[in-house]
Design a protein around this ligand. Structure first.
Ligand code: ATP
Ligand code: MG
Length: 577
């Protein structure tokens, strides 16, 4: 590719809205352009890298026995009504009507369409298992599209769906995908973890997220160095040390105190001069129609996913709706403005996190404006309906599996594998005949990879202050050649020779034949991030050498013109593995 006639619009300035480095560098390097919030154009370089990621994913899917298909982006509402998700899926689902007034949506995922595709076709156990995948643009009307390609509204996903005769066989299909995902992440050179995850609103009972470790990741995960247990903080089970207050602690008498105009834990903590871990936060939720209170230590975060599981499994509540209480509902339940809720004389069920069990003489809201209680004690001043693990894990907590100490990481979720069971096959009547001639619903799994999110994640892990540092597997070009003096015929001719010989050898080569100064060419080369750079200067060419530099470090090396082609081929091939 010749830069003089290429479309590679590099920029000096970061886009104003960009918060993360991948977004900045992809825009400045001429890889992507925003069309509107969360929706992007892929320019020629960006598209080449996307296609390379797709190809790696494709190869590993094919190797794992999956077959590629392509389903439509536009999906009829009928299928979503059948599965029950037309009403359940929130405003992320972009809905619209055709000219006849029929309802449609833009596919955010394809369980409905694929279940419809196979029902009536996969009708015998003899045809199973089957795994089908596609690579295609998805649309989700995210409430907060941000971080460039990391959280877009339109983005490219690989989604695969497996169909099996029973759970045992379906879990085998799951394990095969799990392995394929590991392989893909390894080929892309990620530092990553496979993390136990919540199954969210998609249903199912086994799920792992593939998290690329990066400070800019939106997800928080904890990992136990002792036993290897790794989970999303929303799911990670925590081992709570003792049970109950430390022996011998003296219980003080509860006292009201004035706390004018201080509401948040930080404010009250500063006002009373007590650390946040001597506070208990009282959070009011509404489950279905009922208001409940959840207590967590002042420096802890309540966890809605654990709360949901607790209400369902321990309290036997079929959850239609679970949400934070509104300001009005808080006032109704506590007779106080928001910010002063507490468990004393609160006539709703009180579910408290196990960490609160160990506390004594703590501070709570007093259910009255501008008032708190100090020296509050559970059992003495209020009763807890049920104790449970209801908080978010964090670094330093004890591992729920082995008692080791959790380390915290931030992660970018690039992939997700789910065991679905029969959720879709049952609601959509996708049945097969088993060995005994009985009709049974297909047992399914679904497996997603964010292709374009991966592109961003690669850059989050591979860059420096000057630009992108592509791994060889996904770089848009392997080598960039910079003839540094446009007016020097020998320099330009040497550039042409290298361009031809390296291209003929099968390498993907960029030739910076633009009429511009050396400084600008070097800057762009660093920004764009091609792994191998060969610069040709007039004086060194007279000495019979060119200058080789690798983008991921090292010094400039002078290489005789007679050796450069073989040398570059060797580097590229060894890195492609
Ligand atoms: P998230 O928790 O990040 O919103 P999700 O759990 O909703 O993602 P899945 O339904 O599991 O996403 O989709 C499969 C994969 O698609 C994700 O692992 C992620 O890599 C990618 N993905 C999901 N949402 C987006 C998005 N808005 N922009 C880019 N990629 C996305
Ligand atoms: Mg997910």
């Amino acid at each position: 590719m010749r830069l003089a006639t290429a479309f590679m619009p590099t920029r000096k300035e970061d886009p104003v809205e960009a918060e993360v480095v991948s977004h900045k560098l992809l825009t400045r390097g001429g890889y992507i352009r925003m069309v509107t919030r969360g929706i992007y154009n892929f320019l020629p370089l960006g598209w080449r890298s996307v296609r390379k990621i797709e190809q790696i994913v494709r190869e590993e899917m094919d190797r794992a026995g999956a077959q590629e298909v392509l389903m439509p982006g536009v999906q009829p509402a009928e299928l979503w009504r059948e599965s029950g998700r037309w009403d359940k899926y929130g405003p992320e689902l972009l809905r619209f009507q055709d000219r006849k007034g029929s309802d449609f949506c833009l596919g955010p995922t394809h369980e409905e369409v694929i279940t419809d595709m196979v029902r009536g076709e996969l009708t015998s156990y003899k045809q199973l298992p089957v795994n089908l995948y596609q690579i295609q643009a998805k649309f989700r009307d995210e409430p907060r599209p941000r971080f460039g390609l990391m959280r877009g509204r339109e983005f490219i996903m690989k989604d695969a769906y497996s169909f099996d005769v029973d759970e045992e066989s379906a879990l085998k299909s799951y394990d095969i995908m799990f392995e394929a995902y590991n392989k893909i992440c390894e080929r892309l050179g990620f530092k990553f973890r496979a993390v136990e995850a919540d199954t969210g609103n998609i249903g199912g009972s086994r799920s792992h997220e593939f998290q690329v470790l990066a400070d800019t990741g939106e997800d928080e995960i904890v990992s136990c160095p002792e036993c290897g247990y790794t989970a999303n903080v929303e799911l990670a089970s925590i081992k709570v040390e003792g049970h109950g207050r430390p022996a011998g602690v003296h219980l003080e008498t509860i006292q009201p105190v004035d706390t004018p105009d201080v509401r948040t834990i930080e404010e009250v903590s500063e006002f009373l001069g007590k650390p946040a871990d001597q506070f208990v936060k009282t959070l009011l939720y509404v489950v279905n129609e009922e208001t409940i209170a959840v207590l967590v230590r002042g420096d802890h975060e309540a966890n809605e996913i654990k709360l949901r599981a607790f209400l369902r499994d321990e309290r036997g509540i079929e959850i239609e709706e679970l949400r934070m209480a509104s300001d009005v509902e808080v006032k109704e339940a506590t007779s106080a403005p928001v910010g002063f809720a507490g468990p004393v004389n609160l006539h709703v069920p009180v579910y408290a996190d196990l960490a609160v069990q160990e506390m004594a003489n703590f501070v709570v809201g007093a259910n009255a404006a501008d008032k708190h209680f100090v020296n509050t004690n559970h059992g003495e001043d209020f009763d807890v309906t049920t104790w449970a693990d209801l908080r978010q894990a964090r670094g330093g907590d004890k591992c729920g599996r082995c008692g080791g100490t959790f380390q915290a990481y931030r992660g970018i979720e690039v992939g997700h594998v789910f065991y679905l069971g029969t959720k879709y096959s049952e609601s959509m009547n996708a049945n097969f005949q088993d060995e005994n001639g009985q009709q049974k619903p297909l047992v399914m799994g679904c497996y997603g990879i964010g292709i374009t999110r991966m592109l961003a994640a690669i850059i989050e892990q591979n860059h420096d202050e000057n630009g992108i540092i592509w791994p060889m597997a996904v770089t848009p070009y392997h080598v960039t050649i910079l003839p540094l003096q446009y007016k020097n015929d020998a320099v330009m001719a040497e550039g042409e020779r290298l361009y031809k010989e390296l291209s003929d050898a099968g390498l993907e080569v960029m030739l910076d034949d633009r009429n511009m100064g050396a400084g600008g060419k070097f800057k762009d080369a660093d920004l764009v991030g091609i792994p191998v750079r060969v610069a040709i200067g007039g004086r060194s060419l007279e000495e019979g050498v060119v200058e080789l530099k690798l983008r991921d470090g090292g010094e400039v090396e002078k290489v005789p013109v007679g050796e450069i082609v073989d040398k570059v081929i060797g580097i590229v091939q060894s890195r492609l593995g």
